[in-house]
Write a protein that binds this ligand. Structure first.
Ligand code: SF4
Length: 69
């Protein structure tokens, strides 16, 4: 599974960090960054992506097929 972050879309809502704090963090600009792609199980990461109000987190499988959104 691969995580793609669209920083331009991030509005610093922080819900992804709340759900998966070992995977996502906010940088000095308040934008999401990837902390550790393997910091949570796949379902938790997908739940974090779904929680984002602007869909700034995209999830792909290992064959580059988009799983979310
Ligand atoms: S939930 Fe979305 S908008 Fe909020 S910090 Fe995470 S990526 Fe950014």
């Amino acid at each position: 599974m691969k995580i793609k972050i669209l920083r331009d879309k991030c509005i610093s809502a922080g819900t992804c960090v709340a759900i998966a704090p070992d995977v996502f963090e906010l940088d000095d600009e308040g934008k999401v960054t990837l902390k550790n792609e393997k910091g949570a199980d796949e379902q938790t990461i997908i739940d974090a992506a779904k929680s984002c109000p602007t869909q700034a987190i995209e999830i792909y499988d290992d064959e580059d097929k988009r799983l979310f959104p």
